[in-house]
Structures are given as structure tokens and as C-alpha cells.
Design a protein around this ligand. Sequence first.
Ligand code: MSP
Length: 505
Amino acid sequence: MTKYITTPIYYLNGDPHIGHAFTTILSDVLKRIYEINKEDCFLTTGTDEHGQKNQSACEKSGLDFETFMKEKSEVYKSLFDRLNIKYDYFVRTSCQQHKDYVKQCLNYIKKKDLIIKKSYTGLYCEGCEQFKKLSDLDSEGNCPDHKKPPQQITEENYFFKLEPFREWLIEFIKQNPEWIQPKVFMNEVLAMLQEPLEDLCISRPKSRVSLGIEFPFDDNYITYIWFDALINYLSTFAHNKTDLNKYWNNSIHLMGKDIIKAHCIYWPIILKALDFEPAKKVLVHGFWLGEGNIKMSKSIGNIVDPKEVIDLVGVDTLRFYLCNTMNGAKDGQVSINLIKNTHNLLGNNLGNLVSRSCKMLEKYCNNKIPTNNLVGEDRELLEKISISFKNKISTINNLENIQELSQLIIETGNLLNGYIDKKEPWKLGKDITKKYELESCLYTLMEGLLLIGCAVYPIMPTVSDKLLSIFNLNKYKIDLNVFKTNILEAGLKINVIDILFPRVE
Ligand code: MSP
């Protein structure tokens, strides 16, 4: 089976924060899970390089467009590399392939008589790059996401007719109740579709915004950034129709809840007009709230810098924190202190388990895997662990399941730590008649570590690599078949590894 996973493409008007890191981390976790399930998976992320916000930021920087876009896009790319994101293609909407494809799409839709030119007066929020209705604003007349009043502008522009597709879209959503997850967002989208849809303004006069893709049939205009950006999901495969169809039919969009209108109303309608099916699935997450308990955003300036977090606790703790703390559709809290606490918790849980187990193996078995002839309850314990990991990883289908996997990892750490406390191997070690029981216990612990090492791979790839290196298995390609018991051979010499989660104060 094929899977095509996409993240939103990010604006360049500031440095990436935890919110951006999060969506991209989730996409990578999902890709790694699909790989364990032996699915052919293509992941794209990238940068959205046009529009008014990017233009204003570029003008402030004093750089020319090209240099600004290249430098800023590189900041995202290098962060995603540090975060161990296995993207297959890094989108940049300023690339020629994308620009040509967008123009092709506009021409296609125009031929269908779905584009009209007219004058329009509206309230424009630069932060959202969208016109707002009065009902979209808060009680003070501000955009609720950007805490600023939108500007009133009157302009002649090109518009794309959405209303002819409204009934079709409602029907599509009702027929596909799993399309948007979690369900609350499906209900939000259905509520938005209760009212007739206004025509979507898909151009900007060059006199106001010049950073964008020129309109193919009127060179006084550039293409509206959202129309341009959404098409990145197709333009990646512009030169390969077979791949386009293969991947598009199994496409999964990941995003924060702020952009569901664009992805669940504008985008499926654009696709329909282009004779494509909607994406297969839309997985939505809540926001990370920063200082002031408000959505972290570049425009507000309350961001948690992922680079700072990585320097302090490493990439894997950050990935784990975000996966473990996300709260379905709800918003989550993030701060350096909360992440530090999770890091120390991982140390007490997995870190402690590894160091206790390895020390005992050294003391009692000279760093060699003992007999694999296990006592019944030890075999049962390992079977329970391997089956629960296998079941979880083979059924992951939405973002909440990722949180469940992170929880299962912690629970397994607790289970094995509790097992050590109950078994008291140090007592067994003093009694020669208990040698068999001791060896069975140590085997169980080492194989438990191996299973954890495989199960943490999607969320904590570096930790996985370290755990597997204990058994010289770090180059091993993990698939579902590893989740069984009796993998380790008696006599195997294990490697000692460094402390997994060195404590931070
Ligand atoms: N460029 C558009 C997306 C175009 S996709 C065709 C855009 N860019 S953005 O840089 O402003 O934000 C992109 C995404 O970052 C959001 O949808 C969301 O996925 C993520 N987040 C940004 N801030 C966030 C939080 N505070 N918390 C969680 N995720 C957030 O929108």
C-alpha cells in the first residue's frame, strides 16, 4: 500500500517554533509507523514563500526576495533535519515547477467558467492572509488568532465560485465521516457549510502584493497565496502523472486547527474543479499554547524555540513530549520547564530500566545474554509486551493513536521496572538454586529492552538506535515481525551504552 503524508507548508515571516515543529514531527512519526507496516510512504513538507506577510517580512529584512526566501527556507529545512524528519521532498513554492503547475490549474479552472472578475470591499487580516467576515472577529473587532484588527480594502480581483460545490461537499463529508479527524472538526466544517459560500478571492493586484505567482491571464495580478500554496500537494508530482495518481489516492494531510477551512472547504472544491478527488484523510491537531496561555505565534511573539529545547534535552525528548502531551482536538501547554520534567521522567522510567538491567547483566552474566529457556510467567510477560506493541503499531490510524503509543511505551517501562522490583534479582543472585530464575529474569529484561527499542523508533528514533545498538541491531530495518519473543540468542555479548536521558535541572 502507498501513503502520501503532507504537512502544511510554512510561512517565512519568522523562525519556526514548536507549533511548526509539532505538525512536522507528527508527519514523520506517522511515516515511520507506516514503514514498520511495510507501506510505501512519501512525505512532503516545505515552505510557503509568497504573499503579503512574507513580502512585508522580506522588506523589513532589507534582503532581495530570492535571498530572503532561500535563507529563511533553509532555517526550516535545517530544523527539520535536526528533528530527524524523513521527508522525501522539501517543497518551495518559489520553484518553477510549482509556479508552472499553479498557472496550469488556473487556466483549467478558468476554462470551466468558474472564475469571475469583480470589485470587492472587505476586511483583510494579513496574519491569516484572508478576508474576514464581521462574525469571524472577536468582541474588540480583532482577528482572534492574531489579536489585530483586519484592514478594510476595496479592490478589483478575480474570484473563484465556491457555492456551486457546497451541496456536493456536504454530501461528500456525510458519506465519509472519517475524512476529517477528530470528529469535532468535521462538525465545525459542516457548520461552516450551512451558509452559502462567498466567492473566493484568488488574486491580488500587483500594486499591493508583488511576491507571488503571476496570474496566467492578467499580468496585473498575482495568485492568492492560499490558492497557490494548497496546490503544492499536487505540484510535487507535476512531472509524473503515475506517481501523482498513486500517491494522491492515498493522501493524508496533517495540520493545526487554524487552517481547516482552507483544507476542508477551499481545497476539496479546488480539487473538484480540477477533476481530482479530495485527499483521503485530514488529520487535525489543536494548538500549543505558549506564554499568556495563548496560541504560540510568530506575530504574537510568545514562541518556544525548538532549537533551544533540542540543545537542552535532545531531539527525542522534544518529539516524545509533543506526542505524549498532545490532547486530541484540544490545545496543549508547552514550556521549557514542562519539557524538562518529561525528560527527567523518561530518565526515571526508560533510562533507569536500561541502566538497572544492563548493570545486572554485567554483574551476573558478564554482559552475555543468558539462557532463553524462560520460566512461564516471564515468557507470558514478554508475549504481552510484544503483542501490545504490535497491535498498537499495526492499527495506528489517527493522531490520537500516536499519543496512545507514547503512553504504551511509558507503561511498558513501568511494567518492567515493577517487574524488577518484584523479582528482586539481587536476591536471586545470592541463591545458587535460583540461577535459572535469575537468568530467565535477565533475559526477559534484555528482550523487553529490545522490544521497547523497536517500539520507540517512530517517536524517538535516536533512542531506538541506541537501544538496538546494545544488541548490535541498530542497522536493522524494523518491521512488524520483530514484535515477537525469543529473538535474542543465548550467549550474545551486549554493548554498554551511555546514559539515555542525562538528568537536567
Ligand atoms: N502557509 C500556511 C499553510 C499553507 S498549507 C497549504 C500556514 N503557515 S504557518 O506557518 O502559519 O503555519 C502552519 C502550521 O503550523 C499550522 O497550521 C499548524 O499546523 C502549525 N502551527 C502554527 N502554530 C501552531 C501552534 N501554536 N500550535 C500548534 N500548531 C501550530 O498556515
